[in-house]
Design a protein. Structure first.
Length: 140
């Protein structure tokens, strides 16, 4: 089965709790690379950060990103470019749902995930970054 140009094997990377890497450009035009927890929803990739973190500031200045996800054994990977958009909680109807999916994907202990998610809902500095791949039919 193929979805948005991704095979089931490639899609499985985005279902597993594998940390992705995102590259942005800082104000000095240097690359800035950081790890993120992410989820795929409706052909877009989401991750979270705080408004005061560098990655949020750099995305505001230049929304062009590059993302890669590599299986720990190196057998499959995804790599793509795209545009990032920053959302506050009141700007995206699915904000809390997506945040919850991210937390439960990476925090396997249900009690810890529930507590972490509760704290995130109270954190007004938290933002969701939505990545739209440049070519949703060509992720790699």
């Amino acid at each position: 089965m193929v979805v948005n140009g991704l095979t089931q094997k490639e899609l499985s990377l985005l279902d597993e709790s594998i940390v992705a890497n995102v590259a942005v450009i800082n104000p000095n035009k240097q690359p800035h690379l950081f790890p993120v927890w992410c989820v795929l929803q409706d052909g877009k990739i989401y991750f979270s950060t705080k408004v005061e973190h560098d990655k949020c500031q750099y995305i505001r200045l230049n929304p062009n990103i590059c993302m890669s996800v590599v299986h720990p054994k190196g057998s499959i990977y995804l790599s793509f470019t795209g545009l990032a958009e920053i959302y506050e909680r009141d700007e995206l109807d699915q904000f809390d749902e997506i945040m919850g999916r991210i937390v439960h994907k990476y925090v396997r202990d249900i009690e810890k995930a529930t507590e972490f998610n509760r704290r995130l809902k109270e954190d007004n500095s938290r933002r969701l970054i939505e990545i739209t791949p440049d070519d949703p039919n060509r992720f790699r």
